[in-house]
Design a protein around this ligand. Structure first.
Ligand code: TTP
Ligand code: MG
Length: 385
């Protein structure tokens, strides 16, 4: 059966909240991330006025200042953004119980079987936008299509304040001019490699044909071709989002020794843990990955715990035991830590150590504010002995 999937994504989210709450900022380039004179810090987001200057998320503040010296630079105020995030996610629930929150300002809605309430997909999209505007005085961009892949591309296609509907007979027209790097799962490195093979747009892949693409790229080629046909069966649901969260470091010079490996593992864990907590998920499995410099041999070790977790300490304890069980800890080129078996789940309250919970929350808040790990636990400091 054909599905109706909606993707909603707020426009310039943090910056839009700032402009809403301070009318003087409206129409101005607003950069949220760090003060103008900050030595460190990155751009969380910026208003569309600032994007005209080339400012982008994740750019160092210093670079933003160089591009847009007259911008208004603000420190994020997560409390207000989270409050708005709650409001919009509540609105989604008014439309359907099948909601998959993706991030603070974004969600998928499965509206299959509910369409008799609307004259068509455009009507549905307009009503969602209208409810968000009434409730929050903010704009969102909405995409409506037959699956998650297309709905997300559609919501992004006419930002800000966009509404794009892609019906099944429009899929090819919509996708053909799309750069491959915009597709889910095609990262920058992959996109660069594809471009060297003459594949830049969806239409390039489609023209080359499934057989040739599969011959050249194997299993990934088949997957890519499917995406380029706009096929995506992933269901909307809390478990179908990220299946795992991981981080890794590649070293400029190889590392050796248990202590050094553990210090690096400890440095990665706050990133993994923070992302886990931000998505409101809990995990069951911890994985450690080690790549040796010689021949790029890679090993992974995993352990699944009896209880789900979302705290850094549990991840660290499990990772430490896994590393201790590895025979060879020299000439290491890369170390990674990941969690999987994700689900949205409340932990029994007796398992919580309240103070630790509070500490984690404060660390997350600070680190989120600065867009990087500025405060961390002692285990990730190099030992001098
Ligand atoms: P996005 O939806 O990616 O960006 P946006 O809402 O600011 O802009 P638009 O959707 O119109 O392109 O992210 C939502 C919020 O998440 C964003 O307002 C700030 C935060 N964020 C970061 O803190 N760091 C990042 O690198 C990104 C991409 C987002
Ligand atoms: Mg957004």
């Amino acid at each position: 059966m054909e599905r109706t999937i909606v993707h909603v994504d707020m426009d310039a989210f943090y910056a839009a909240v700032e402009q809403r709450d301070n009318p003087e900022l409206r129409g101005k380039p607003v950069i949220v991330g760090a003060p103008k004179d900050a030595k460190r810090g990155v751009v969380s987001t910026c208003s569309y006025e600032a994007r005209k200057y080339g400012v982008r998320s994740a750019m160092p503040i210093s670079e933003a200042v160089r591009l847009c010296p007259d911008g208004v630079y603000l420190v994020p105020d997560m409390r207000r953004y989270v409050a708005v995030s709650r409001q919009i996610h509540k609105i989604f629930e008014e439309f359907t119980p099948v909601v998959e929150p993706v991030s603070i300002d974004e969600a998928f809605l499965d509206m299959t079987g509910c369409m008799h309430r609307y004259s068509d997909e455009t009507d549905l999209g307009m009503r969602i936008k209208k409810r968000i505007a009434e409730e929050t005085s903010l704009t969102a961009s909405v995409g409506v299509s037959v699956n998650k892949l297309l709905a997300k591309l559609a919501s992004d296609a006419k930002k800000p304040d966009g509404l794009v509907v892609v019906k099944s007979h429009q899929i090819d027209n919509f996708l053909f001019p799309m750069p491959l790097r915009r597709l889910y799962g095609v990262g920058k490195k992959t996109a660069d490699a594809l471009e060297r093979k003459g594949l830049r747009l969806v239409s390039d892949v489609r023209r080359r044909g499934l057989e040739a693409v599969e011959r050249d790229l194997g299993e990934f080629g088949r997957h890519l071709y499917r995406l380029c046909c706009g096929q995506d069966d992933r269901p909307v649901g809390v478990q179908s989002g990220a299946k795992s969260i991981s981080r890794e470091i590649t070293f400029q010079t190889d590392i050796s020794g248990l202590q050094t490996v553990l210090v690096n593992v400890a440095k990665l864990i706050p990133y993994v843990g923070q992302q886990l907590r931000r998505t409101g998920m809990r995990a069951r499995t911890v994985t450690v990955k080690i790549r040796y410099s010689q021949g790029f041999a890679t090993i992974t070790r995993s352990t699944t715990l009896p209880e789900s977790f979302d705290d850094d300490d549990t991840i660290y304890d499990a990772a430490r035991q896994l590393v201790q069980g590895v025979d060879r800890l020299n000439a290491i080129r890369l170390v990674g830590v990941g969690v999987s078996g994700l689900r949205e789940e409340k932990q029994a309250s007796f398992l919580y150590n309240k103070e630790d919970r509070e500490l984690t929350r404060v660390l997350d808040d600070i680190n989120l504010k600065y867009g990087k790990q500025v405060v961390f636990r002692g285990r990730s400091l190099e030992r001098l002995d």
